[in-house]
Ligand binder design. Sequence first.
Ligand code: PEP
Ligand code: MG
Length: 832
Amino acid sequence: MRFTLKAPVSGPLVPLAQVPDPVFAAKMVGEGLAIDPVTDCLRAPCDGVVRRLHPSHHAITLETAGGLEVLMHIGLETVALKGDGFRPKVKDGDRVRLGDALVEFDPQTLAARAKSLLTVVVVTNVERVLSFTHCSGFVRMGDVILEMTLADAGAAAAAAVVSGDSALGEKLRIPNPQGLHARPAAVLASAAKAFAAEIRLERGAESVNARSVVAIMGLDVALGDSVRIVARGADAKAAVEQLTKLLLGGLGEAGADGGPSAPKPRATGDPDRLTGVSASPGLAIGIVQQLRREDVTLARYGEAPHEERRKLESALAQARVQLQALEARLRSEADPAKAAIFAAHAELLDDPDLREPAEQAIGEGLSAAFAWRTAFAAQADRLAAMKNELLAARASDLRDVGGRVLRLITGSEAGPIVFPKDTILIAEDLTPSDTASLDRTRVLGFCTTTGGASSHVAILARSLGLPAIAGIEARALEIPAGTSAILDGTKGTLRLRPKEDELRSIGERQLKHSERRAAALLSAAQPATTRDGHRVEVAANAGKIDDVREALALGGEGVGLLRSEFLFMERTQAPTEDEQHAAYSAMAKLLGPNRSLIIRTLDVGGDKPLSYWPIPKEENPFLGERGIRFLLDHPEVLRAQLRAILRAAPEGKVQVMFPMVATLPELRRAKLILEEERAQLGAASIPVGIMVEVASVAVMADAFAREVDFFSIGTNDLTQYTLAMDRGHPRLAPLVDALNPAVLSLIDNTVRAAHEHGRWVGVCGGIAGDPQAVPILLGLGVDELSVSVPVIPEIKARIRSLKFAECQALAQQALASGTAEEVRALSPEPKE
Ligand code: PEP
Ligand code: MG
């Protein structure tokens, strides 16, 4: 019988012998080939049943109707990613058709962290195949890659019958750091095939055929698990002896140095310290709890379509009532940010991209629950796969609202989860509903393995005042419930099993910090003048009017950065010119005639597109259409915003600032448009500044200073562009430090050029709110620090404790330093 396998991904075919992995290359796992993928979803190469989706999601085995086992392994050495970068679309036991999506993967994560992207496709039970014909060249998904002539199943089974003596091996502990994943399993299976005996690998009551890679992987043998070899047949004793020895030796795997050893910590880093991105600052000492959502099994087919349609309609109507009630409650509690999220959820209920596919599927006989889940999950996965924070946040909204409707269809509405006291919550993702219903008297903080610093979860965590980490290492999901931990939301680290003295010193730090904060609050209204009389302005980074109100209460001397994009988010269309005018006017009035309101024009595009202005997918979104580039390509958006700003200007001290400027022509075009709009409105001129966040501007600061009224240095972006390190990358986060001397040198150049031309310079990136950085920034001559609202009093207090002359000397030392660590060592954190 002939059988063909089709390409599960597109890309050039690579013979197994050329795969840089001795186990695959020697065909110990099976016969087949590899593909260097240019697509990012592994699809079924034939019809079959999912026999085994590896827990790390990097490998999957299908069994065909004829009993062939087809193993696909995405990338090399990807088991160590522990699921990071993989998004399975199926589960064990699922029946799949040729071309169905099996596992989506993130080529960037794999390229950065795995040995290779080469994806191996092999038939593991080669005894079932009489001959293989391999294809070559570039294949597209679905092209034939392997043709086979199959052996008669009955003959193969008959050949497997054995008789003779039995031998029982010693129990031994598995030394392999990642357990028996594909490669060690293949080594064992291959060695087992050299014997005539029937050989099985046992773990507890489970026992599998030691000749089958898939069966061995299916045992899920982890580091430290106890197993043994049993055999029956003429050479059973020799088989047991040799295979036991091989297992003890780690099956040739590096890092598994053999011996019945206790589980070892991961080779990289401190196993009790996990890192992610700071999503919300603060410290919490508590006990880890995991939040896991059970995936409910739904009946695929339903009653008559009109009946299923009625169920869906009724659930949607109930969900709308629930969401409106939730929104109204939050508004009455003066929490408009959260209220807006649930208003957006209510809008999603009418989204045709959700309803139409669901209704169509119901028309085809599927149950309302199944059709609805398929529709929202597909949309959410599509958005999440776009890999930008804002769309990922929208994916999480979709899952949230989708889950709400699903529970209403199935009648399984769950009450809020009750956590023990002092919980530090760990989850893959938290929906806005989860976050809003968290009991703050019990949950002290949380970590999610997904999301970034600007996800909804992060915004909500900040508004709840809960420390939080996003994008934490995936192994956080494996921390046993009840493990003690310290969550440092500011640094983005989770410390497990802290010692008594660590806990004591953190407790003392928290106490001193709150004492210092109380003292700073008392003097918040005082100006920020150094001990030797140098005055620095401390302003706020704001997104909405509540921030402005709070900033004023905390001694903020203006708004140094209004991130106007916040007005454009969580909506289905852009705010009109009048809506923007109303918002800017209200803020300007609140601040009055003497406090600046610096309105940054819309900073979206690239990594933060808005759903209603789709931007084509970009290879490098941070280097693509962002900020001013987007606005100059959409001049109608820029013109409307500038008119709104110019019209609001008489209400206070309004200034305009352009983001992400990289070249002089960009600045000139933006200024020309501003001037045209001003002239048409007959409005007064307003000061114009730019964000200095691209290295080209800092280097050419002299030329730019001639054409603007002020600079505000966006160190978040300036650092990422100078160091070529993604500011949201969980693993690079600790290295993206704006106190790197290269960044300081650009700040120095900017300040010098600006002052030469009589312009002022602010810093509005996160570093402005870092107490260690404050003396250095002052010493470099920065005139204004624009910081997140809650830290205004502390930063003002810090400035009052300094001497400007000492700061200047310190800045020179910092500029002469070699690393960010050296700079930080020069400027210790203030004593708490
Ligand atoms: C910055 O880049 O430092 C900045 C303040 O802008 P944003 O964080 O909004 O990109
Ligand atoms: Mg920026």
